[in-house]
Ligand binder design. Structure first.
Ligand code: ZN
Length: 144
């Protein structure tokens, strides 16, 4: 059954990430410093290297891979919730290469920002907490 919780819109933050920053680490550091526990965000820009992961639903295991190319971030989306008591960033993105081909996946640590513009909307309410879901093997929101 679908689980849900209501939130009220909070402040909207615009972030400009700098060249050389790690995409996931930079957003996590911002959320931590601003004490943001629940948020939804989108972003666009470019990375000079991508680190992605794909979840194999049969093996219930992640497959990590990297792309050592300059890529456009065509569309990035993500959220902030709590895991182990700290803000946790979960994000996926579609990336484009020089020929306009798209690749994408779950964004791992190791994505090096060339430039990135982020629109992060804080959500006001009891923050979702991630816990292990036995059925999927994933760390999912414990909503009620
Ligand atoms: Zn993911």
């Amino acid at each position: 059954m679908t689980r849900a919780r209501r939130f009220e819109p909070g402040p909207i933050h615009l972030l400009r990430l700098e060249q050389g920053e790690d995409l996931v680490d930079a957003i996590t550091a911002y959320a931590t410093s601003e004490r943001i526990q629940a948020a939804w965000f989108t972003y666009l820009g470019a990375v000079s290297r991508a680190a992605l992961r794909y979840y194999d639903q049969v093996e219930m295991a992640y497959r990590d891979f990297t792309i050592d190319e300059h890529l456009e971030v065509l569309s990035g989306v993500g959220n902030v919730s709590l895991k182990d008591g700290a803000p946790f960033v979960h994000t996926h993105a579609a990336l484009g290469d020089a020929a306009g081909r798209a690749v994408g996946g779950h964004i791992n640590q190791g994505c090096t920002v060339f430039s990135l513009e982020v629109r992060l909307e804080e959500l006001s309410g009891e923050a979702p907490v991630r816990t292990l879901d036995e059925a999927s093997g994933l760390s999912l929101w414990g909503l009620d």
